[in-house]
Design a protein around this ligand. Structure first.
Ligand code: CUA
Length: 320
């Protein structure tokens, strides 16, 4: 095996963390840009520092047979290097980086204090996200629609354990703590879908707790808002009897808040917080055996006949 072939797999694994649709170094908003800049500069400074230290060690090793005479020119030069590179430069660099990171960047990504045009409340659950829009009655799950180039305040909290809301292309992480509401600014500079992930271990399905921020032009966002403010097109007694104890479908007798609001479920991109793409076959699999798809989640396996399964799926698919 060549050396390149040996190096390729670990390199791919390392770089895989930087790419894809959840990218920590592709800022799409002002706050994340400040964080990414800080990251690159700190990485650059650390790399240069590491290079200088390794070079000095190497020079010392080359000269190991020729020690400097005490008090000679070599010793004075060595003392100068220790004081300059070992004491003075680190003090200057670390103070500068401290001021920039802890005073400048931390300040610029601080919780928004002024009201913003749009506010969303995001509530963590094991293991999905409840999303509520400003003063409207709109409730969705796992997808946060925002207008592009607009400041949006996300007010985040949790219904159960501690979670952490993190959409790396838009901003830092923010903890979701019981009884506390934390704030974060979401602002996307260009339209797009920004994937996020719960960033605090919160139980068995922590890894299956993803979220998407969908940034759209204002007109499309307003249309989405208007569509989602509508109640469901109709009710289903089968759904109410079997699912209504946990789910809400606005405009029908089902109005529980244990699981996600399903009023417009069929228009969403995923099932179970991005565990599966929302396709008919995946929906069928999810409805019939949720404990196989996402073990430990709170949705029980129901005992229904084939005809009932088909009717239930048809109803859920009608919730556009
Ligand atoms: Cu929620 Cu990890």
């Amino acid at each position: 095996m060549t050396r390149a072939a040996l190096l390729a797999p670990p390199l791919v694994l390392v770089l895989a963390g930087c790419g894809g649709n959840q990218n920590t170094v592709a800022p799409a908003g002002h706050d994340e840009r400040a964080i990414t800049q800080l990251f690159w500069v700190m990485l650059g400074v650390a790399c240069v520092g590491f290079g200088v230290i390794v070079t000095l060690l190497f020079l010392g090793w080359l000269r190991r047979e020729r020690p400097s005479l005490p008090g000679g020119r070599g010793e004075r030069a060595a003392t100068g290097v220790v004081i300059g590179l070992g004491v003075a430069l680190p003090i200057v660099l670390l103070v500068a980086l401290f001021v920039w990171s802890d005073l400048v960047v931390v300040n610029s990504v601080a919780a928004p204090t002024k009201p913003t045009p749009v506010t969303v409340r995001v509530i963590g659950h094991q293991w999905w996200w409840e999303v509520r829009y400003g003063n409207t009655r709109i409730v969705t799950a796992n997808e946060i629609h925002i207008p592009v180039r607009t400041e949006v305040t996300a007010i985040v909290t949790t219904k159960d354990v501690i979670h952490s809301f993190w959409v790396p292309e838009l901003n830092r992480k923010v903890d979701m703590i019981p009884g506390t509401a934390n704030r974060l600014l979401l602002r996307a500079d260009k339209p797009g879908v920004y994937r996020g992930q719960c960033a605090e271990f919160c139980g068995l399905q922590h890894a299956h707790m993803s979220v998407e921020v969908i940034a759209e032009p204002r007109a499309r966002y307003d249309a989405w808002l208007a569509r989602n403010a509508q109640p469901a097109p109709g009710a289903s007694s089968l759904f109410d009897a079997n699912c209504g104890g946990c789910h809400q479908v606005r405009g029908t007798p089902a109005h529980a808040g244990v699981g996600p609001d399903l009023t417009h479920f069929a228009s969403r991109r995923s099932i179970a917080a991005f565990t599966l793409p929302n396709t008919p076959s995946n929906l069928r699999e999810w409805l019939r055996d949720p404990q196989h798809v996402k073990p430990g989640n709170r949705m029980p396996n129901l005992e229904l006949s084939n005809a009932q399964w088909t009717a239930l799926q048809r109803y859920v698919e009608s919730l556009r």
